[in-house]
Write a protein that binds this ligand. Structure first.
Ligand code: GRF
Length: 216
């Protein structure tokens, strides 16, 4: 938790955060936004993995958690509908995929239209997929970065909300580059959430691929 919550009397904007692993991005949302003057609250943290460190981070911050391991379900559809029902029960207004390693199904997206965002460690549309940092380095790119985007039915293809470039140094390792990317992620994701919660994100009427930000 960070600064004292602003006592505006308004109900906080409610987030659901999905994590699969370490949850350092979840931690940045907890530190920068949860019960902050932005009037945002993480209502629920969900994972597909009992051992995700993100669950411990949530519990330490007093945030409710739920785990939906894929193995407990016969189909992805059933899994995602159970997860959606739990998020709805917590009256979540935005779902944040913060290191959630599974693709969500169209049925899940239908329950939260234009209310699911993802964080990806490359400058999309370059290097989508599951190992973008390794792929970027193998390709020999000089610049990579971070993208926060809406989730659509494709893999890393939804409309882009924010991007920031990160230079790749010749002597970078996957680990050193990952660390610099994480630093940017920890700023960019909370910023995107704050913009959405503040009602400052919309879509260009003529080209809904283009996201309009009120502060730029
Ligand atoms: C981040 O690099 C994010 O871009 C990717 O998964 C990673 C999650 O890191 N989708 P963490 O679990 O938040 O530390």
């Amino acid at each position: 938790m960070n600064a004292a919550a602003a006592d505006t009397g308004e109900r906080p904007f409610r987030l659901g955060v999905l994590v699969s692993g370490s949850g350092s991005n979840l931690q940045s949302i907890i530190d920068k936004l949860h019960h902050s003057s932005a009037n945002i609250e993480i209502a629920l943290v969900v994972s597909d993995n009992h051992k995700a460190q993100g669950l411990t981070r949530a519990a330490e911050a007093g945030i409710s958690t739920a785990v939906f391991p894929m193995i407990d379900f016969e189909e992805r559809l059933e899994h995602d509908l159970a997860m959606a029902a739990e998020l709805e029960r917590h009256e979540v207004e935005l779902v944040v995929l913060a290191g959630y390693m599974m693709l969500v199904t169209p049925a899940f997206l239908d329950r939260f239209p234009y209310k699911v965002i993802n964080l990806h460690p490359s400058l999309l549309p370059a290097f989508p997929g599951g190992s973008p940092i390794e792929d970027t380095m193998d390709y020999g790119a000089r610049v990579t970065g971070v993208t926060v985007h809406y989730v659509d039915e494709g893999a890393d293809t939804g409309p882009i909300i924010l991007q920031e470039a990160v230079e790749i140094k010749y002597n970078d390792t996957v680990q050193s580059l990952r660390e610099r990317i994480h630093e940017v992620e920890h700023r960019l994701l909370p910023r995107a959430i704050e913009l959405i919660a503040g009602g400052r994100v919309s879509f260009d009427e003529e080209n809904p691929r283009r996201v309009v930000l009120e502060d730029t």
